[in-house]
Design a protein around this ligand. Structure first.
Ligand SMILES: [Zn+2]
Ligand SMILES: [Zn+2]
Length: 218
């Protein structure tokens, strides 16, 4: 049983997930989650589809006994995060993740810094998922990321899908008052709410309820 039962990162058929928003919500309700975020990939959501997306989530949220939030997962590109203002305004929150092919950890860090400076972004998604492939950044780079996140009030997710960020990084977030979320990054309803790894890492890092971005719903 989870102490902080929430999942702030799930996908549906609006992008590359296989369940509908209703399917994800039903899965979250069955598990006893208190909060579910639906966060489809921004590049699947053209204006018309986006409006349908928001309406559908809002309709199901009204009928649900749990808190259901509408978000997106934007891509951090070398030109910035691909979530336009009109989208961000209608959303409860925006996750920004690196999905670009990068060659070095420094490139990855530069991308994340772009997102940390973007007003529309609330949460950095699966930070460090590429490090095993491109190499780990220096202590100094990580410190710069943490300082910028602290200054701009951004949060990081703890991703059970990728097993990131590193425990030491989560510990630093807690120490600096940078908020955290739990994220399954589910692409099918049966994976919704698989966040026990997140909670374990969070607690190991000394995290308490007030360190969670969505504490008021938990
Ligand atoms: Zn992602
Ligand atoms: Zn995702």
């Amino acid at each position: 049983m989870l102490e902080f039962p929430h999942d702030a990162h799930t996908h549906t058929t609006y992008s590359d997930g296989i369940g509908s928003p209703a399917d994800n919500i039903a899965a979250a309700e069955n598990l006893g989650l208190k909060l579910l975020g639906i966060t489809d990939h921004s590049h699947y959501l053209a204006v018309k589809t986006f409006n349908r997306y928001i309406k559908e989530i809002e309709r199901w949220a009204e009928d649900s006994e749990i808190v259901v939030l509408a978000g997106v997962e934007g891509n951090i590109t070398f030109n910035g995060v691909d979530v336009p203002d009109f989208m961000a305004k209608k959303l409860d929150y925006v996750i920004a993740s690196v999905h670009e092919w990068v060659q070095t950890p420094e490139e990855y860090i530069e991308l994340v810094k772009l997102a940390l400076l973007d007003e529309n972004v609330d949460i950095i998604g699966h930070f460090g998922a590429n490090f095993p492939y491109v190499g780990f950044p220096s202590e100094e780079s990580l410190r710069e990321v943490l300082e910028l996140a602290e200054a701009t009030g951004k949060a990081f997710e703890i991703s059970s899908r990728y097993g990131v960020p590193e425990l030491e990084f989560i510990r630093e977030c807690v120490r600096r008052g940078i908020r955290l979320t739990f994220a399954s990054d589910a692409h099918e309803p049966s994976d919704v709410g698989k966040v026990s790894w997140c909670e374990k890492a969070f607690k190991k890092a000394g995290g308490r309820k007030e360190d969670l971005l969505f504490e008021s719903f938990l």
